[in-house]
Structure formats: C-alpha cells, structure tokens
Design a protein around this ligand. Structure first.
Ligand code: GRF
Length: 205
C-alpha cells in the first residue's frame, strides 16, 4: 500500500479528485495518510477531515525562520513514513533538503503543458492569463516529478485541453481542472501505486 501525503494551500479540488478516485477504486493500492497545509484556512483541510484523514497546518508564520518551518514540516512528514508526496496546489517552495530526502517521490500538478507557461511566477491564474495572452489554441495540465528547479522535473503525464473563443482566465482554469488536472493526478498516483509508471531510481540521503 502506497502511503501518500498531500500538501495543499487552498480549496483542495485536486485533493478531492484523489480521495474520490480512492473511494471509487480508480486508485488502488494507495492511501492518503495525511494532508498538510501552510494555510490554516485552507478548505482542503476540511475535505481531508471529512474523510477521516489527519489534516494539519504547518504554517511558516508560526516559526521564527524559514529553516525552522521547513524542519517542522519535514519532521511531520517523517512521522507518516510516506512513500509519495503529492503537491496539490501547494504554494510553498520545496527546500532542497526535502527534495533530497524524497528524491523522485514528490510529484506536482501544473496547469499547463510544460514547458509552456511554467517556471518562476507561473502559478494559479497567472498561467492561464499567459496562455490566453499568447493566443494558444491548446493548453492542458502536467504531472511531473519535483526536482530542485521550478516545474523542471521529469514529466509523468500530460493532458491537452482546448482553449475556446471568449475564454477568460477563470473559465479556462476551470476547464483545465475539470478536463485535465482532476483526471491525470489520480491517474499518475494509480500508475505509481501499481507500477505502471516507472519512477526513476530512488536515491535517499
Ligand atoms: C490548481 O490549478 C493546480 O494546478 C495549481 O493550483 C490549483 C489548486 O487547486 N497548482 P485546488 O486547491 O486543488 O482546488
């Protein structure tokens, strides 16, 4: 059984897609052990609690330094003996020490077809604003492994979504979530849990 920790900052619709997929059997051999947010008000925490999952907040605001925050976050993650960490709308940069500790065991969902509209500054609605500004006719979402760069790790799954006339960033964001993110994130987890997706060799430090 793959032990998963999900890190969130906001509404948690991607988390919900994971929980629903586990409930329906679309994801097998995996269990969400904990959901951790940097933001105490994240509705994602509520979603986790409704599912009887340990939901907690580790907020940088409650620590004197960034390093102390990261240390507390990593200690919490250790407690759950996780096999996979899923960033599902987590707006905090992952420190190099955590990437080393969980090498090739952290995945992220990004709301564009990487390498378009990704990297520093491309998060949330900004991604969709940039896609509309460039006039692309197809966008989508990407699940990738997290490495030391920003949205630069190996790509696991991608799904394309049409851009339609009259789209606003909000409308496009919703379509990308519904048609791509909520599908490929659970698919990636199921693929990893059932060894259909080959992760690069784990190398722990
Ligand atoms: C999604 O668009 C995701 O791709 C991005 O942040 C958003 C999270 O939404 N990284 P939610 O909290 O899962 O509803």
């Amino acid at each position: 059984m793959l032990r998963i920790g999900v890190l969130v900052s906001g509404g948690g619709t991607n988390l919900q897609a994971i929980l629903d997929a586990i409930d329906s059997g679309a994801i097998t051999n995996a269990q969400v052990e904990t959901v951790i947010s940097n933001n105490p008000g994240a509705y994602a925490l509520e979603r986790a609690r409704k599912h009887g999952i340990d939901a907690l907040c580790v907020s940088p605001k409650t620590f004197e330094t960034r390093d102390l925050f990261y240390q507390a976050l990593m200690e919490k993650l250790e407690e759950y003996r996780l096999d996979l960490i899923v960033l599902a709308g987590y707006l905090v940069t992952i420190p190099p020490a955590m990437i080393r500790r969980y090498r090739n065991r952290i995945i992220n969902i990004h709301p564009s077809l990487i390498p378009s509209f990704c990297g520093v500054g491309y998060y949330g609605l900004k991604v969709h604003e940039a896609a509309l500004k460039r006039g692309v006719k197809v966008t989508g979402a990407t699940v990738h492994i997290v490495d030391e760069g920003v949205d630069s790790g190996p790509i696991l799954l991608q799904k394309a979504v049409e851009v339609l006339p009259g789209d606003t960033p909000e409308i496009l964001q919703r379509r990308v979530m519904e048609q791509a993110e909520w599908k490929i994130l659970p698919q990636a987890i199921d693929g990893i849990a059932n060894h259909r997706i080959q992760m690069p060799e784990e190398e722990q430090t």
